[in-house]
Design a protein around this ligand. Structure first.
Ligand SMILES: Cc1cc2nc3c(=O)[nH]c(=O)nc-3n(C[C@H](O)[C@H](O)[C@H](O)COP(=O)(O)OP(=O)(O)OC[C@H]3O[C@@H](n4cnc5c(N)ncnc54)[C@H](O)[C@@H]3O)c2cc1C
Length: 459
């Protein structure tokens, strides 16, 4: 016996639950399936828990700098990792429960726990239930990639998921991967009190960013005592002295680093290999990401893929935006497209990096005539008042249209301030609009007109 629905949603990440609510509100029967924790990566092993840890780490960091702000802390600042974890678990758990309760409370919505697999392009099997619908939405997200490096099966290692269970301080934490996830954990655990070594295969950290951004982030981390080993071309793992040895290179520098624990943060893989996509005829690319069109439909009419599993974004906001695109096309006849969105994200080191639009390398490649400007945070009075003067603001604009092409704000509040520029970009308005607005003092944003008054030909 099969059950028929108007829509089936696989996964309760950042797109699925909102979409279920839209079907529910429209009076349509929807089934939503989750195999693990409600809310997916962001809520359980990504954004929420890491940002609670960033907050604990920041509080400890400020406490250690107490003398600068006019107070003394008696003795060392030590974190009670059990309490740090309890705070994280409480915030993340509350959110996961909230998603589950929300879904269970929706009219016309059937919540099913279990692993979903396609049986055909219109049929999904969960446990022993057979579900059918003419519309199926895949929101299965991704997981940490585990590269097939030498020694990987001989040594215990942590990922962004398993690290959520630890309530102790690793003595010397080796973080393999110098990109967004690795850098956040590196600074968090350094501030918690671990010795940290970041091991990165490439010639610089966060290799997708401009070189000056990579370099500045590196200096910020090194100033906190984090060791960074770049160009680690031949990474391997082995047991050593009750800990772990990470082999680094075949050519230069000390051949290995020895630590007590290893975190693998070397990228993400989509959860698509165990979905039975072949039975539905749904096509993926070589890396397993589901191929979608500009409105997120797969090659099979009636099946859509949203969020990280489609490879068109790797953020909570891109997944939520996927939901908006699909829902607006479906319910509002508003033909939104993925290609309408402007790249935007943040790196939650302290200070954070807020990014929107093109990098310098992308602007150069585009061949456009551009103007650019860069302004140190040390000249932003709010940053000086907070004693958080690391980083800079840099903005590039199109020389002809005066529209903003891209920005990087590495500095206190950078993750928030960047939205001023992002919204102007969506408005397709010239940067001069920002200059004519009156901003609030004292803020970082109030400096944007000043920064923009110093535009010079882009080099
Ligand atoms: C450490 C870390 C920090 C991050 N920090 C940020 C941040 O600060 N800001 C940001 O924007 N992004 C951040 N991200 C990325 C963000 O978490 C993801 O982009 C986002 O969660 C993607 O959501 P999604 O909707 O694609 O699916 P997910 O949230 O991954 O959810 C997919 C769900 O589908 C379920 N599922 C999978 N397969 C099946 C199946 N066959 N049957 C049933 N259920 C299934 C899974 O159990 C999961 O619950 C971070 C990621 C990590 C790892």
């Amino acid at each position: 016996m099969s059950q028929h629905f108007d829509a089936i949603i696989i996964g309760t990440g950042q797109a699925g639950p909102s979409l279920a609510a839209r079907f529910s509100a429209a009076g349509m029967a929807v089934a939503i399936i989750e195999r693990h924790k409600f809310g997916g990566t962001c809520v359980n092993t990504g954004c929420f828990p890491t940002k609670t840890m960033v907050a604990s780490a920041y509080a400890a960091h400020v406490a250690r700098r107490g003398a600068e702000f006019g107070f003394d802390v008696k003795g060392d600042v030590r974190l009670d990792m059990k309490r740090v974890k309890a705070r994280k678990d409480e915030i993340s758990g509350r959110s996961s429960r909230g998603v589950e309760e929300w879904l269970r409370g929706l009219k016309n919505c059937t919540v099913i726990q279990g692993h979903a697999r396609f049986q055909s392009s219109r049929t999904v099997v969960v446990n022993d239930k057979v579900l059918q619908a003419d519309k199926i939405y895949i929101n299965v997200g991704g997981r940490a990639s585990i590269p097939d490096m030498p020694g990987i099966h001989d040594v215990p290692f942590l990922t962004n998921s398993s690290i959520m269970a630890i309530d102790f301080l690793p003595e010397h934490f080796i973080i393999v991967g110098g990109s967004y996830v690795g850098l956040e954990f590196a600074q968090i655990y350094r501030r918690f009190g671990s010795e940290i070594t970041i091991v990165e295969m490439g010639p610089r950290l966060i290799g997708r960013e401009d070189e000056d951004v990579s370099q500045a982030v590196r200096e910020i981390l090194e100033a906190e005592g984090i060791h960074i080993r770049l160009n680690a071309k031949c990474i391997s793992l082995a047991k050593r002295d009750g800990g772990v040895a990470v082999g680094l290179t075949c050519e230069e520098g000390p051949p290995e680093v020895i630590g007590t624990h290893v975190l693998l943060a070397v990228g993400r893989s989509p959860n698509t290999s165990d979905l039975g996509l072949d039975r539905a005829g749904v096509v993926t690319n070589q890396r397993g990401y589901i191929t979608v069109d500009d409105q997120l439909q797969t090659n099979v009419p009636g099946i859509w893929a949203l969020g990280d599993c489609n490879g068109r974004g790797a953020f909570t906001h891109t997944s939520y935006n996927d939901y908006e695109i699909v829902a607006d096309n479906l319910f509002n006849a508003d033909h939104r497209r993925v290609s309408d969105r402007i790249q935007a994200y943040a790196l939650y080191t302290d200070p954070p990096l807020g990014r929107c639009g093109m990098t310098d390398a992308e602007i150069r490649k585009s061949g456009r005539a551009a103007l650019a400007t860069k302004y140190p945070m040390s000249r932003v009075s709010r940053a000086v008042e907070k004693a958080e003067t690391q980083g800079f603001i840099k903005i590039a604009v199109d020389a002809e249209t005066k529209q903003i092409l891209g920005a990087a704000i590495l500095g206190t509040g950078g993750d928030e301030v960047v939205h001023v520029l992002l919204d102007i970009m969506y408005a397709k308005a010239p940067y001069t609009v920002v200059q004519r607005a009156m901003h609030i003092h004292p803020t970082v944003a109030e400096y944007l007109p000043t920064v923009l008054s110093q535009l010079e030909p882009f080099a």
